[in-house]
Design a protein around this ligand. Structure first.
Ligand SMILES: Nc1ncnc2c1ncn2[C@@H]1O[C@H](COP(=O)(O)OP(=O)(O)O)[C@@H](O)[C@H]1O
Ligand SMILES: [Mg+2]
Length: 276
């Protein structure tokens, strides 16, 4: 289990994440929501070792990982994607996924340069793991095309495959559906559900409420860097503090209206959620 206690980080005078305590339940899909600038991506950066907290502690499977470098966090089984798609566009789809797997393999630079037996053996193992990751995101048919030639949605899948190839037990997805159309969002939602059904623990930051409400087993809400609510989708979408965070903030009126409509509709569609 991934757990955090009083987690916080300050950038100069800006307390981006503050006093966040909780845990990620294995085997379910947890969504992290909150208005822009709430600290969601920063929270992921802390969990995955990209940022070091200025307060608090992170444990994974009981081990303190607060100060571990990113590659060690990945090796323990926590992988993430980034809000902006970070893939190598000139490389093939398969080569991208191979890079993910190689984080875990032991061959050093010399092995690679000299083409040692171990290097060749590990390369084959990496390709097998990478192909498996591509299959899990439905990209096995595009393994040998340049990643940059794919649609935006398929490129998102490449970045998920890259993370999957590291062999994680926990996958952190930062806005996987940003910038893709509604049909593609439905398809990506299905893929994420399948990953979770296969036993992967998924933590998802997302703005698209429809996606959150259909995917999430549990929702955690961040606002001004603090956890203001958590619970089932039904509980959270009716929580006055959550509604206030979305409606009372500085969001542009049309954004507020969209979020409000989403929240109200979501609450109405959920079992027992006739009102918000
Ligand atoms: N590397 C950084 N340096 C300074 N400020 C940062 C850095 N990363 C994030 N922040 C600040 O932390 C706050 C939360 O940002 P972020 O986590 O990206 O929000 P969200 O993902 O919820 O939209 C913002 O005020 C942002 O400017
Ligand atoms: Mg973000």
């Amino acid at each position: 289990m991934l757990a955090f206690e009083d987690l916080g980080i300050r950038f100069g005078g800006n307390q981006a994440v503050q006093g966040v305590t909780g845990s990620i339940t294995p085997g379910i899909i947890t969504a992290i929501i909150g208005p822009n600038g709430a600290g969601k991506s920063t929270f992921f950066n802390l969990l995955s070792g990209f940022y070091k907290p200025t307060s608090g502690r992170i444990t994974f499977g009981g081990q303190d990982i607060t100060r571990l470098p990113t590659h060690e966090v990945v090796a323990l089984g926590v992988a993430r994607t980034f809000q902006t798609t970070t893939i190598y566009k000139e490389l093939s789809v398969l080569e991208n996924a191979v890079l993910g797997h190689r984080v875990r393999t032991r061959s050093g630079l010399w092995d690679a340069l000299l083409g040692t037996g171990r290097e060749r053996q590990e390369r084959r193992a990496s390709e097998a793991a990478a192909m498996d990751a591509l299959r899990r995101v439905g990209l096995e048919g595009q393994a040998h095309v340049p990643a940059g030639s794919l649609t935006q949605e398929a490129q998102k899948r490449v970045s998920i495959a890259l993370a999957l190839a590291t062999g994680p037990s926990v996958l952190l997805l930062d806005e996987p559906a940003a910038g893709i159309n509604p049909e593609e969002t439905v398809a990506l939602t299905r893929t994420i559900r399948e990953l979770a059904a296969g036993g992967l623990t998924v933590v998802l930051i997302e703005h698209k409420m429809s996606m959150i409400m259909t995917l999430a087993d549990h929702i955690m809400v961040l606002h001004h860097g603090q956890k203001i609510a958590e619970g089932s989708p039904a509980q959270v979408s009716r929580d006055p503090a959550v509604i206030e965070a979305y409606l009372g903030g500085h969001a542009a009126p049309h954004v507020r209206d969209e979020l409000k409509a989403d929240l109200l509709q979501s609450a109405a569609e959920l079992p027992g959620g006739q009102h918000a």
